[in-house]
Design a protein around this ligand. Sequence first.
Ligand code: NAD
Ligand code: TYD
Length: 345
Amino acid sequence: MSDLVRRLMVTGGAGFIGSNFARLVLAGDGLEKLVVLDKLTYAGNLANLEDLRADPRFAFVQGDIADGTLVDELASDVQAIINFAAESHVDRSIEAPEAFITTDVYGTYVLLEAARRHGHARFLQVSTDEVYGHVPTGSSRESDPLSPRSPYSASKAGADLLAMAYHVTHGLPVVVTRGANTYGPYQYPEKLIPLFITNAIDDEPLPLYGDGLQQRDWIHVDDHCAAIDLVFRLGEAGSAYNVGAGNHATNIDLTGRLLALLERPASLVRHVADRPGHDRRYALDTSRLTALGWQPQVTLDDGLAATVRWYQQHEAWWRPLKSGEYLEYYRRQYGDRLAAGTVGA
Ligand code: NAD
Ligand code: TYD
């Protein structure tokens, strides 16, 4: 953590990447205070932070990043913000985009205003490679135009650009990270990897969209968090940094690897109707990040094996999540698709 910043607020810290990041920074001794602000939406979970709650440096506040009064009060007591808070699932942004605008765009604006008012030393906006849109060949560089194609990525692009504008206009020391598809422990089981692992454990079908040949650039959450920490400390204000590990895999290839690790048959795969506007490919040029001294530490083989083991050993964490609202969402998202799907290899 930055030598200058001893009091930090992490928003969205009860979610997947934010909770792993909180664990990473509290494992070091650079901070005297870590405030996690999280609304605890369906994706937020205090169980993700259970092991940190006894740490005297740690404080949890349940609240909304779009709540200006609360954010101003919390911002007055810290020196920097790292904004992980977001509605983060593309499929939900297609079904119900409003929360994406209020949290990802308006909420980021509220945080930026508070950081500006209180003269913060740093503001890190956690963005995504999805802001570049579909990348048919080659890899995205930070200077490429943003061309988002889903309500999720459009709302993240809005926040990303707004954060940059606060640097240019107000001199706020903003850095932005544009991370690739991330996987690892504590990921809510609506995203591809934890959904397919937990479904396969239960011998439930794995709904693979379209032809399954879409490509993603996969990064383990520990590598993603280490990169955010590094950019926070060493990144140049006003710059964006791509964060990817160069593990390019098609969804069908990834599904095969998960099934092999879980010793489940390919007949669990269902080819189902594609996601509307589905980006075929993301790929990142990470030379700006590696120039800061970062290298990924986790190979895709090791990371997937460890992640499968984690979900096998933490049923008590994920089983309660696959109930209530989740099951309603699952029925809406997959019910008709699965009924019309075809068994695939
Ligand atoms: P997540 O959905 O697991 O967690 C999001 C967290 O934000 C939850 O704890 C939720 O309760 C909280 N939150 C939502 N709305 C809020 C609000 N209005 N106020 C306060 N808290 C709120 O998401 P994640 O996968 O951990 O992603 C974290 C960040 O990283 C997001 O900004 C996402 O866009 C970005 N990102 C994710 C990935 C990925 O593959 N998961 C890749 C690149 C970037
Ligand atoms: P996801 O984890 O939703 O991340 P993103 O859309 O942000 O990349 O999906 C990863 C890939 O897996 C994406 O190409 C969509 C695909 N996918 C499926 O084929 N089936 C599913 O049920 C889900 C959730 C995703």
